[in-house]
Structures are given as C-alpha cells and as structure tokens.
Design a protein around this ligand. Sequence first.
Ligand code: NAG
Ligand code: NAG
Ligand code: NAG
Ligand code: NAG
Ligand code: NAG
Ligand code: NAG
Ligand code: NAG
Length: 363
Amino acid sequence: MADDLSFFSKDSFILKLPKKSPLVLRMVVLLFVMVCGVYIFSICLKQISTSSTSEFLNIGVIQKPCPEPNIEPWEIPYVHYPNPKTFSRAECACNPVRYFAIMSMQRSGSGWFETLLNNHTNISSNGEIFSVKVRRTNVSTIVETLDKVYNLDWFTSASKNECTAAVGLKWMLNQGLMQYHKEIVEYFNARGVSAIFLFRRNLLRRMISILANSYDQNAKLLNGTHKSHVHSPLEADILASYKPVINATLLVPNIREVEETTKKALEYFKSTRHIILYYEDVVKNRTKLAEVQEFLKVPKRELSSRQVKIHKGSLSKHIQNWNDVEKALNGTQYESYLYGDYRRTQEPTGWGTHQATLLKFWL
Ligand SMILES: *[C@@H]1O[C@H](CO)[C@@H](O)[C@H](O)[C@H]1NC(C)=O
Ligand SMILES: *[C@@H]1O[C@H](CO)[C@@H](O)[C@H](O)[C@H]1NC(C)=O
Ligand SMILES: *[C@@H]1O[C@H](CO)[C@@H](O)[C@H](O)[C@H]1NC(C)=O
Ligand SMILES: *[C@@H]1O[C@H](CO)[C@@H](O)[C@H](O)[C@H]1NC(C)=O
Ligand SMILES: *[C@@H]1O[C@H](CO)[C@@H](O)[C@H](O)[C@H]1NC(C)=O
Ligand SMILES: *[C@@H]1O[C@H](CO)[C@@H](O)[C@H](O)[C@H]1NC(C)=O
Ligand SMILES: *[C@@H]1O[C@H](CO)[C@@H](O)[C@H](O)[C@H]1NC(C)=O
C-alpha cells in the first residue's frame, strides 16, 4: 500500500488521475461497449438490409421491367414470365408465355396435331414426356417434370427456347393423367396451365390404327424399322397393307370403354381452362387450328405437317373380317363408324347422339 501511495504521490497529476480513474475508466469502458454495440448492430442491420434489398432486386429483375401485358383480368393467371436456369430468354424475356398440355389417347392424331403446333415459331410442344415411366412414378416426379417443362428447361427438338410464347407437352390419359387427376388438376389451376383435349370421333378407325401399330412393333414393315408416323404415301401404303382382324365380340365393349374413359377425363378436368378438339374436325376444317392459336394466344400462322395419313378411304378395305365387324356394329349407336369418312364435310349420321353424350358433361 505504502509503495502504491508513494508511487502516486510522486506526481500530483498522476495522483489526481487515480481518484477520477474509476469513473473515467467506467466511462471509457461504457463508451467502448456502446461503440462496439452500435458497430455490431449496424453490421447486423447492414446484412439484413442488403439481403432484403437484394431479394427485392431479384424480384424486380423478374417482374418489374416487363411492361404490363395488355390482357383481360381473367387471363392474368395464365400469363407467365419463366426464368429458365439453363439459358437466358434474352430479347424475348418480356414476351409472356402460356402453359398447355395436349391430353389425348394413343392413335388419336395427337402426333400429327403436335407437328402442326410445332410448326409455329412460338410454340414448343415437347412430345410424350410421360411415356417414360419413372417420370410418372408419383406426384412429386410428375410435378418436378412439369416444373422443368414450364420453366423452359426441358430440351427436345421442339424447344424454341427464348421466343417461345406457348410451351407444353403431349400427355396420354393412361400416363398417370387419370391416376393422379386430382393433384394434376390442382397443379393446372395453381400454375395456370390450359388443357387441349384431342379425341377421335371414329373409334373404329382408332382401333384399326392401334392394332396395325402394335402389329408393326414386331413386324417392322418399313425396311425393318417400326414407325408410328410416316412422311410419304409409299410408306403409308406399306403400313396399311396389314389388315387386322378385329374381335367382333369385344368390339362394342371396347368402344364403350374408350368412351367412358373420355367422359371421365372431361369430368375430372372440367375445372381447368380447356378446349375440346376432335381429330376429324381438324383434318376437315383448318380454321380449327386458328381456334387453337387463339386459345394459346399466339400470333396466327398457317401451320403445316409433313405427316401422311396411313389408313385412307373406306374402312372395309382395312379390316380382314369386315363382315363380322359390320354385323357387330349394325343397329348400334356406333354404326356410323363403319361408313364415316374423315373427308366428308357432313357429320356422319348417328354422330349427333354420340356427341351429345360427350357434350352432356360440359353444358
Ligand atoms: C413449318 O413448315 C414449313 C413447311 O414445311 C417449313 O418451311 C417451316 O420451316 C416450318 N416452320 C417451323 C418453325 O418448323
Ligand atoms: C417418388 O419417386 C421417386 C423416384 O422413384 C422417389 O425417389 C421419391 O422418393 C418418390 N417420392 C414420394 C413422395 O413417394
Ligand atoms: C415469336 O418468335 C419470334 C422470333 O422467332 C419473336 O420475334 C416474336 O417476338 C415471338 N412472338 C411472341 C408473341 O412471343
Ligand atoms: C427400303 O430400302 C430400299 C433400299 O435401301 C429403298 O430403296 C426403299 O425406298 C426403302 N423403303 C422404304 C419404305 O423406306
Ligand atoms: C374374342 O375375345 C374373347 C375374349 O377374350 C375370346 O373368348 C374369343 O375367343 C375372341 N374371339 C376371337 C374370334 O378371337
Ligand atoms: C370450321 O371451324 C370453324 C371454327 O371452329 C367454324 O366456325 C366453321 O363453321 C367450320 N366450318 C365448317 C365448314 O365446318
Ligand atoms: C343391319 O341390320 C338390318 C336389320 O337388322 C338388316 O336388314 C341389314 O341387312 C343389316 N346390314 C348389314 C350390313 O348387316
């Protein structure tokens, strides 16, 4: 203690300090703590504010610079500005994009229809993506696949990429569409996806096409390769040279089953924005394609396909047991299928009632 005192008493200046020192020290410490606190707080604030402003900036980059499209209020949920991970939409970043799905059944003309759509510079229809089973194992894989397609990150020969104004796929009813209909309808309505139903009116012609196509999977009539669609009349004639035998007993029940499935699909998806097309109508009347382009809100173009029809003309020459088939359908509501030709401008007789049964679910 004495040592300490003598040390402090050496200089009055030094001696004065210790008296004040507890207060000064406390003040210094307090000030230091305050400065530190303010500093730490300001850093925290800076981090919070930079992260939030960058988030706002990101949203701004996607949405702000694009001018409001000139559309009606009901259309807003169906207009999208995808931000693909794999490329930049460049000069078309502000072109609105519509989402669609062509919902159909095998051998209903959807392949041909899709080539017509893909002939449009602004339409990308990416084919039968869900023909690959793993993509439809469960709802999560379906949603994941759809997200990728609609975000323009799915690449096929049909992808138009940056200037796509309508993007979609072809989806068969038996590729998870009926099984997971509830979740898919939810997805369509939440994400603003429009459905294009494409069915075939003449289900007898469709059956011949199925049987012939399935036969060719093994027979491979075209120089040893199986083809579902052809591009020349010669190839079409070769494929049509096979005449299937139709099980007459099962014919009516089979047709009825297809009708039931069609009705069910229309019922399931009635809450989605949709259009219903029939293959025969598109073949007969090309203004149907203008209607489709209007539905997808893309600029109207003349569309063409290189595909050639395989089974042309009267059905009697395409079926081996024509007499049995004729007998089986005679007097039924499906009689018109026997003679109905896709080239006739008039509806085949009897179609009215058939159509009415389908339309009943829409009116
Ligand atoms: C559309 O079809 C025409 C005629 O076949 C062809 O010249 C044109 O390049 C096609 N357009 C697209 C985008 O495929
Ligand atoms: C869905 O299927 C995928 C692939 O088979 C699997 O990895 C995933 O766990 C499944 N998800 C659910 C929710 O079942
Ligand atoms: C259609 O594509 C062309 C380029 O191929 C592009 O200039 C045009 O803006 C696109 N139209 C729409 C409506 O996106
Ligand atoms: C099959 O191959 C031959 C010889 O290569 C060719 O001349 C013919 O056009 C081919 N036929 C079809 C239908 O592709
Ligand atoms: C038609 O199918 C039924 C049921 O599968 C079968 O019993 C019958 O033998 C078949 N008829 C012909 C001619 O193949
Ligand atoms: C062709 O289709 C359009 C639109 O769907 C329709 O208004 C027109 O009456 C049809 N024309 C014929 C000849 O069926
Ligand atoms: C269809 O049935 C009617 C009456 O049942 C019969 O007179 C007619 O010959 C049948 N037509 C054919 C093509 O079998």
